[in-house]
Structure formats: C-alpha cells, structure tokens
Design a protein around this ligand. Structure first.
Ligand SMILES: [Zn+2]
Length: 260
C-alpha cells in the first residue's frame, strides 16, 4: 500500500501531496456529509504554521489546519474525530518528514515515567466494516424507544466544548463530571424514534430516562468508540520493571512540534 511507505527525509522523495484511505472508509457518513473513502492532503506551508499560534481552542486550530491542507472539496467539521485524528498524524508525517512520535507513558506497575518513541507508519489501523453499522441502532430495554447512534465529528466536539465553557462561566461551581455525563451521550445520538431533537430537548430526554435505558445507551457508546481508527493498545516495555505497558496515541504538542 502506497500510504504505508515510509517517507524518507530526502528532498528528491518529498511528495507535495498524498491520498489516504480513511479508517472509516467513509462508511459512517451520511450522503449529505459528502465525505469520500479517501482524502488527499498537501504539505503544510507557513500559513498553517502561523495558524498554530492562534489563541484559539486546540480543536479549532487542528480543524482549520486540516481544512487548509485537504485538497478535496469537503467540510472538515464533518469529519468524525477518529478520521480527523488519523489525517492529522498523516499530515504531520507528510509535512515534517518525521515518522517518529514520542508518547509519555507512566508504568502502572512501578509508576516510572518514560518516553516511548514509535513510528507512526507502524501503528496498526483498524478499518471500519460495513456489518458493524448494525451496532448503530438499538431499542431501549424499558421505554422501547428506538435510538439511532452516530459518531461525533470534530465540529460536534468544537460546538460541545464551546457550550461547556459558556456553562462553566455562568455556573463556576457546577460539577464538571455531572455536567459532562449527559452531554457526552448527546454527541453520539442521532435520532430518537426516527426524529432528530434539538439539543435542549435531547438533554432533558436523556436526563429523564430510566437508569437501565441510560446504561444501555452508555454500553453502545463504549462499543462504538473503538470501531475504527488507530490501534489504542500500543505496547512497550517499562525500562525500570520490564513490565509490558499499553498506551494509546494521544495528540500532544509532539504532533507539530516534535521534541529533539
Ligand atoms: Zn514499571
């Protein structure tokens, strides 16, 4: 596969742009989302380097950088989070010609902090499969309501982040985890009994649900989270106690500012 080929730091080999198959293969989008199975990125320029300095939310900056470098006529807001994160890592390797990525790990066995350096092109990618789309619909056990699920897009995350910030400004003493509990479910709910709901209506609906219906929703959401994207259980050995430690692929300042 072309996209797995390592990009060597040799000016003769530099590609100005490259196409990547999305981990979702485009299967999780609605026709009106207009997201194809593969997306073409171009190398970053000074303009995108300057965007990184904006005093804006991290998610918004990453969306804007992606939007600028995507060569297809699509709205980056619509990209599901896992696809957006995948493209950001590919954009980094394409632009900085650096395939290595440092992840800070804490060993759960002996509490030693260490850096695991991995090669991004070697991180396994799980691709979405069509039959897994069946997991996007359930009937709730108590109310018998039919719920259609969706995966959050980068635009959904940005809107929700703004909403949380506004709320905490108005109610600085609000309990953060209690507030996030319902909001995080809302990111995944597309329709209730075939109807889309305004977010305030949906929030009330979820808050009034029977506890067993609520748990059924949370179970589905945890299954949807790992359907596709980068492998989340990456392994390394603790340098101190030699235990095998697993970690995910977090987006940190290492993405566009790799430490030497
Ligand atoms: Zn250890």
């Amino acid at each position: 596969m072309e996209e797995n080929k390592e990009i060597l730091p040799d000016v003769r080999n530099i590609k100005s742009q490259e196409s990547y198959t999305l981990p979702s293969k485009g299967l999780v989008y609605k026709p009106e989302d207009n997201i194809p199975a593969s997306i073409t990125l171009r190398r970053m320029t000074t303009k995108e380097e300057k965007m990184r300095l904006r005093s804006d939310g991290e998610e918004k900056i990453r969306r804007d950088i992606l939007q600028a470098c995507i060569q297809d006529n699509i709205d980056a807001n619509v990209l599901k989070l896992e696809d957006a994160n995948f493209l950001l890592f590919r954009l980094r390797a394409l632009s900085l010609l650096d395939d290595t990525y440092k992840v800070r790990v804490i060993c759960p066995n002996c509490n030693t902090q260490f850096i695991h350096q991995l090669n991004l092109s070697e991180v396994p990618i799980k691709y979405m499969e069509e039959d897994k789309l069946n997991g996007f619909k359930i009937e709730l056990p108590i109310s018998k309501a039919k719920i259609d699920f969706k995966l959050p897009s980068i635009g959904d995350i940005i809107i929700m982040g703004d909403r949380i910030r506004d709320y905490l400004e108005r109610y600085p003493n609000a309990d953060r985890s209690e507030m996030l509990y319902t909001l995080s479910s809302m990111l995944y709910i597309d329709k209730v009994n075939g109807q889309e709901m305004l977010s305030e209506v949906l929030e009330n609906y979820l808050d009034e649900l029977d506890i067993l219906d609520n748990r059924a929703i949370k179970d589905i959401i945890s299954n949807l989270d790992g359907l596709y994207g980068f492998e989340e259980n990456l392994q390394c050995e603790c340098p101190n106690c030699k235990e095998v430690v697993t970690h995910g692929l977090p987006i940190t300042s290492e993405l566009f500012n790799p430490s030497k």
